[in-house]
Design a protein around this ligand. Structure first.
Ligand code: MSP
Length: 420
């Protein structure tokens, strides 16, 4: 919901700094930006926090830097600045930008949280063997995989890994998580995604390893330099560290905009946000976010558009050709936020012409012409002259009522339609 008063924090995922952004990675940021702008119309100045940034640690990143033949730190810095310049081009106005491998405040927050979770008795060491997908940076269950142990998202076989790691006692939070979902029907939206999360919980929340012995590119585990913090445990905390100033830590989080009202995430990273993340926060004694919205994928020929499959649409090219506003409008209006959607240039051009040029553009143009002709170019502000039951007035009133209702439930399609 809208959450009027008390501030409003919205996040995009922290994008992997392994390769240039594509349209699929721009999509959540366009949505979050629309929501942040809407919140800024209602909240006191300075109390809206739009958080974004780059997720820069882990195996996948280190591998991509090695392939590019560049030092990892230089590689992630370059990719991160590509993301930043895309946001500028797309007119995405974030308030906080975190870089997980470069911001000292982030690294100290991660160490602080590992310490707290440890004090809670929620970390233990154990040996583990499992199937790992580097693309997902995740150990998979056999039943999540396709034939031959292939990851359904990345279409590559998972690798068998055996390691001695530090584990987080996720299982201890099983009941708390079930209660969280039962008491807050809006914690996971839309409803179909909530069902998915309920299904995972039903299968049982299994402890997961939060360290890697084989990955050097990461934050060392406090008290054991031979292991680094698992990239997901590290990155999720970026949502909080992004809000902090250098030198601040958990103590200050709640004065700086934590908890977030809503995390906007793709459906591929739902489990991390709806199961792992709330449990990590519970363990660390931190307030939970208001909710998680899991959107669909931009697809090409039915497959997720992505760097791994190489079937991407370049947002920089699109903006250079068509301009940011048209791109932003198309993706908000034409793709149902909870579902997958295909981009086609024909549909894009048709939508933009019909809605923006013909409907909105013509209406504005005719109004201005009439003003010029009949009112000497000045807007008459005599409200008694406005007919009470005029259809234009009724349309405007309906729009004003419908728009916020749509935005409150992240129905960007309805919000756009209501303004037409
Ligand atoms: N680094 C993690 C997120 C950590 S959040 C603490 C990650 N990064 S990502 O770059 O791979 O993806 C970032 C977001 O972009 C995800 O929400 C993902 O779903 C989204 N998208 C990537 N490709 C997409 C499409 N083709 N369509 C829509 N969104 C997709 O995951």
């Amino acid at each position: 919901g809208g959450g009027r008063g008390g501030g409003f924090t919205v996040t995009t995922p922290l994008y992997y700094a392994n390769a240039s952004p594509h349209m699929g990675s721009a999509y959540p940021s366009i949505a979050a930006d629309a929501l942040a702008r809407y919140a800024r119309l209602q909240e006191p100045a300075g109390s809206v926090h739009f958080v974004t940034g780059t997720d820069e640690h882990g195996e996948k990143i280190a591998e991509s830097a090695a392939r590019a033949g560049v030092a990892t730190a230089a590689h992630v810095a370059a990719v991160s600045s590509e993301f930043r310049s895309l946001w500028e081009k797309l007119d995405v106005r974030f308030d906080h930008y975190v870089r997980t491998s470069a911001d000292a405040k982030h690294q100290s927050l991660v160490r602080e949280v590992v310490g707290r979770v440890q004090e809670r008795g929620d970390i233990y060491k154990a040996a583990y063997t499992g199937k790992y997908c580097v693309g997902c940076e995740e150990f998979k269950q056999e039943n999540d995989l396709e034939e031959g142990g292939v990851c359904p998202i990345h279409r590559t076989p998972c690798e068998e890994r055996s390691e001695e790691n530090y584990f987080f006692r996720l299982s201890k939070y099983q009941e708390d998580l079930e209660e969280l979902l039962a008491n807050n029907p809006d914690f996971v939206r839309p409803e179909a995604r909530r069902q998915e999360v309920l299904g995972w919980l039903k299968d049982g929340a299994r402890d997961f390893s939060i360290s890697r012995a084989s990955v050097e590119w990461g934050i060392p585990i406090p008290g054991d330099d031979s292991q680094t913090v698992y990239v997901w445990f590290d990155a999720l905390l970026g949502y909080i560290s992004a809000l902090l100033a250098e030198g601040e830590g958990l103590e200050e989080a709640c004065e700086r905009g934590w908890p977030a009202k809503v995390h906007i995430v793709g459906k591929d990273i739902l489990r991390f946000h709806c199961v792992y993340w709330p449990a990590m926060l519970m363990s660390a004694g931190l307030p939970l976010p208001g909710g998680v919205y899991g959107h669909g994928f931009l697809t090409k020929d039915g497959l997720k558009m992505g760097k791994s499959l190489g079937n991407v649409l370049d947002p920089v090219e699109l903006v250079d050709t068509f301009g940011a506003d048209r791109i932003r409008y198309f993706f908000l209006k034409e793709i149902d936020f909870g579902s997958d959607g295909d981009f086609s240039e024909v549909r894009f051009i048709d939508t933009v012409n019909a809605d923006l040029a013909n409907d909105v553009g013509n209406c504005l143009n005719r109004t201005l012409n009439l003003l010029k002709k009949n009112c000497g170019g000045l807007l008459p502000i005599d409200s008694s002259a406005i007919v009470v039951d005029h259809p234009v007035r009724a349309a405007a009133e309906t729009a004003v009522r419908t728009y916020p209702r749509a935005m409150d439930v992240l129905d960007f399609n309805m919000a756009c339609t209501s303004a037409l």
